[in-house]
Design a protein around this ligand. Structure first.
Ligand code: PEP
Ligand code: MN
Length: 262
């Protein structure tokens, strides 16, 4: 993952779109796929606002085993329908190697969640595929540990790794996590891999998503991952940090202003 071995920025190609390089990659969609109506509506709206990729969780890593765990295979089917309608490639979290065949066949970008950043068997398994892997920084992982986790995937032969800063645990409790903005310039210096920012899981609060997204773009992030829901108050996961499609549209407009200034 080090720049020493690969001085140029890596650009990952996904279904005719790119992550890394000059253009910002915008991944948006709900935390979890909840129903056909929900995912199709959100997919159409984020596409309209200018997102390049659709996200949606089907297998969810929830803190409580009694919380909604995702629609599983049915969620993937609904995401495929949303992809067919909008043309947006889909980004979905994989939690265990036993679902890898399904993900290789049906998903465009495989997400490895914060809680699995050091699940080395999972990292080795996705290292054997050629699919782009979106690797999220662990809850309390250092930048070095994140880069070493990427190394596990790359050592298996898969160099299509995208890193994601999504906030880390600190002593601050106002926000869900603390967005480590410094990680972006550090990673850009140390590594050739694209790095995107997820302000939704960092903040945990919907109204902070736009200002943090702007900051992320200003410090040089290659893209953003934003949770968007058509009815955040009734969302089955992460409603507090989810923004409505109208707010997402507004966020996209402010991002365009920052990108222009750069
Ligand atoms: C998610 O993207 O919905 C998610 C669970 O993120 P993280 O792994 O960063 O907590
Ligand atoms: Mn979420």
């Amino acid at each position: 993952a080090g720049r020493l071995f690969h001085p140029e920025d890596s650009i990952i190609t996904v279904g005719g779109r790119t992550i890394g390089g000059k253009k910002l990659a915008i991944i948006a969609g709900p935390c979890s796929v909840e129903s056909r109506e929900q995912i199709l509506e959100v997919a159409e709206k984020v596409k309209e606002a200018g997102a390049g990729f659709l996200r949606g969780g089907a297998f969810k890593p929830r803190t409580s085993p009694y919380s909604f765990q995702g629609l599983k295979e049915e969620g993937i089917e609904l995401l495929k329908e949303a992809r067919e309608r909008t043309g947006l490639p889909i980004v979905v979290e994989l939690m265990s190697p036993d679902k890898l065949d399904l993900f290789e066949r049906d998903v465009d970008v495989i997400q490895i969640g914060a809680r699995n950043m050091q699940n080395f068997e999972l990292l080795k398994a996705v290292g054997k595929t050629t699919k782009p892997i979106l690797l999220k920084r662990g809850l309390s992982a250092t930048i070095e540990e994140l880069l070493m986790a990427a190394e596990y995937i790359m050592a298996g032969g898969n160099e299509n790794v995208i890193l994601c800063e999504r906030g880390i645990r600190t002593f601050e409790t106002y926000t869900r996590n603390t967005l480590d903005l410094s990680a972006i310039p550090v990673i850009k210096k140390q590594s050739h891999l694209p790095v995107i920012v997820d302000p939704s899981h960092a903040a945990g609060i919907w109204w902070m998503v736009e200002p943090l997204a702007k900051a992320a773009v200003a410090v040089g992030a290659d893209g953003l991952m934003i949770e968007v829901h058509n009815d955040p108050q009734n969302a089955l996961s992460d409603g507090n940090q989810s923004i409505k499609p109208e707010k997402f549209q507004h966020l996209m407009e402010s991002i365009r202003e920052i990108a222009k200034l750069q």
